[in-house]
Design a protein around this ligand. Structure first.
Ligand code: HEM
Length: 141
């Protein structure tokens, strides 16, 4: 009982963080794109930190999600909507890891992150998060 409540709380908190990162970094990027500007060094640092927070929150979502699935349903096979949810969550984790790696690599080479990669990644991230949330709503209704 306490384990489930604790991990549900952690799961929900991580959802807030991952969504916040996606919205926050999306707003920063779109404002720069509209002004035809590249983020300066400080904004770049903020975006990098947001990227780490996003990746960390997805890892927390996976750990807490797996613990909840095992405790509540005895494993990861619950229903088809849940399967779609974890596949989309897996893509989201992979995408976030890739973007963090790309940003780290670009800053090592003193280059700004690739605009097209960042735009596609932000858009895919939003789409995947919507898929995860819709399938979560269907899986547990
Ligand atoms: C981006 C990643 C994720 C998001 C946005 C997300 C979102 C959500 C949401 C909104 C709920 C509440 C659903 C409800 O109670 O009606 C939930 C519950 C849950 N999630 Fe996730 N989730 C994510 C990843 C995962 C992963 C990777 C797993 C497992 C491998 C998982 C397993 C669960 C379980 C077991 C519940 C509790 C269901 C219940 O209360 O009966 N989640 N998630």
């Amino acid at each position: 009982m306490t384990v489930i409540i604790t991990f549900k709380f952690i799961h929900y908190l991580a959802i807030v963080f991952s969504g916040g990162v996606l919205v926050g970094s999306g707003v920063i990027q779109s404002i720069h794109a509209k002004a035809n500007q590249i983020p300066d060094l400080t904004t770049g640092k903020i975006l990098k930190l947001l990227g780490y927070i996003g990746l960390l929150s997805l890892i927390v979502l996976w750990v807490s999600g797996v613990i909840l699935s095992i405790n509540l349903y005895g494993g990861l096979i619950i229903n088809s909507a849940f399967t779609i949810k974890i596949i989309a969550a897996g893509f989201l984790l992979g995408l976030s890891a890739f973007v963090n790696f790309h940003v780290l690599n670009s800053s090592k080479n003193n280059l700004p992150p690739n605009k097209t990669i960042m735009k596609i990644a932000t858009m895919s991230g939003r789409g995947l998060l919507v898929i995860v949330l819709i399938s979560a709503a269907i899986a547990f209704y």
